[in-house]
Write a protein that binds this ligand. Structure first.
Ligand code: GLU
Length: 416
């Protein structure tokens, strides 16, 4: 269980947005609840011959706009409430960028660093088999999230296909390219974060290449965002992984650090030409743009006031608590919310799924161009809503997302 009640946080964001659009009470009740929750307990025979039992979940929040879509998280903090909150955010995220999906999420409560590769494969395959009653290429399509990667998606695709009796590439996205994955998918979330940061700079009248950037988290999102921000000319002064951070006011050589130290157990602290800082200190460093790309509830009521950045672009899901949102808004900090800023991943997942269904694959440039176009369009729409309602950007993004989902529900009508 996360120390912060993320489900309450997701529901409070929904209630706030609902007030702006006079959302019908009944509809608010529907959207506050997940459509389907599946909780499974399953055994895995570990390498030492002992049996361990794991708890896993798949939650579908809403399917009004299309099949439900969302990642699978392997992390010790995974529980039903967190998975439900994350599924809810996926619904709004897909609606904000206007791709034809509802929202879902899943995961297993496990510390993958304790598992051998063989154990991880067995856990993944058994979990995939347990949730196969819910997922489907036309109904609910998983993808990677914290603690899962291309290989894990490959095992899920294989497990599902073995049961189906034929290859079903569209059952998951974020697969290896050789198994029907898409060019550009790995980088897509980080790329979308940087596109959003550049759009925000444009609106604030700032030159992106004059900004000092701090990135928390050096996984698939943070490391790519840091590298692409650097490529676009910004100075990345701080980065971190789960073991701690690095700070150099003159800038960090991100490509070099990525090449040498990127691995799943972290280890960027071994880079010597920088000051070491804790993850808490990192968030409060002197910088212009802060990209929290680690886990939820990192910016909270006790540190929000100390944040120096004037722009926060959320790479992670739920990194800022509602109390912190209020403090940041009072300070005049612009927060580009997760459901917009990190939507690049699911947009590229959508491209992957379309390619899988058609068995026709695109070049990387095409993926990147279409991705940037969708991100810019969504940013402009959210910005417009923010100005129109004179509200913060999270509420504006929620308004856009909730409005689209509500409209689809109303147009479809309630069965029977
Ligand atoms: N896990 C990612 C997210 O939170 C991607 C989900 C997907 O591609 O379906 O947006």
């Amino acid at each position: 269980m996360s120390s912060y009640d993320v489900l309450e946080m997701a529901r409070s964001q929904l209630r706030t947005a609902a007030q702006y659009i006079d959302l019908d009470e009944g509809l608010l009740k529907v959207l506050s609840q997940p459509k389907t929750q599946l909780a499974v307990s399953f055994p895995v025979v570990m390498d030492n011959g002992e049996v361990e039992c794991f708890n896993g979940y798949r939650v579908q929040h809403n399917v009004s706009r299309g099949p439900s879509k969302g990642g699978l998280r392997f992390h010790p903090d995974v529980d039903l409430d967190e998975t439900t909150a994350l599924a809810m955010w996926m619904t709004w995220k897909c609606a904000v960028v206007d791709i034809p999906y509802g929202g879902a999420k899943g995961g297993v409560s496990v510390n993958t660093k304790r598992l051998s590769r063989r154990e991880l494969e067995k856990l993944t395959r058994r979990f995939a088999s347990e949730i196969s009653i819910l997922i489907g290429e036309r109904g609910d399509i998983p993808a990677p999230d914290i603690g899962t990667n291309q290989q894990v998606m490959g095992w899920i695709m294989d497990t599902y296909s073995m049961q189906a009796g034929y290859t079903v590439p569209g059952i998951v996205t974020g697969k290896p390219i050789s198994l029907g994955g898409s060019e550009g998918r790995i980088e897509a979330t980080g790329r979308g974060v940087v596109v959003s940061a550049m759009e925000a700079c444009d609106h604030l009248g700032l030159e992106f290449d004059e900004q000092r950037v701090v990135v928390q988290g050096f996984g698939n999102v943070g490391s790519v965002a840091a590298r692409l921000a650097r490529d676009e000319g910004a100075t990345v002064v701080g980065i971190s992984d789960h073991k701690g951070g690095l700070y150099n006011p003159k800038g960090l050589p991100i490509r070099q650090i990525c090449e040498k130290y990127t691995n799943f157990d972290g280890g960027i602290h071994r880079f010597e030409d920088a000051e070491t800082v804790t993850n808490e200190e990192l968030l409060e460093l002197d910088c212009d743009i802060l990209i929290p790309a680690a886990i939820s509830a990192q910016i909270h009521k006790d540190n929000a006031d100390n944040i120096k950045a004037k722009l926060i672009v959320e790479g992670a899901n739920g990194p800022t608590t509602p109390e912190a949102d209020q403090i940041l808004s009072d300070k005049g900090v612009l927060v580009v919310p997760d459901i917009l800023a990190n939507a690049g991943g699911v947009v590229a997942s959508y491209f992957e799924w379309v390619q899988d269904l058609q068995n026709f694959f695109w070049e990387e440039d095409e993926v990147n161009e279409r991705l940037a176009k969708i991100m810019r369009r969504a940013y402009a729409h959210v910005h417009h809503t923010m100005m129109h309602h004179k509200t913060d950007m999270r509420t504006a993004a929620m308004i856009n997302g909730v409005e689209r989902v509500a409209m689809a529900t109303i147009k479809r009508g309630i069965f029977p």
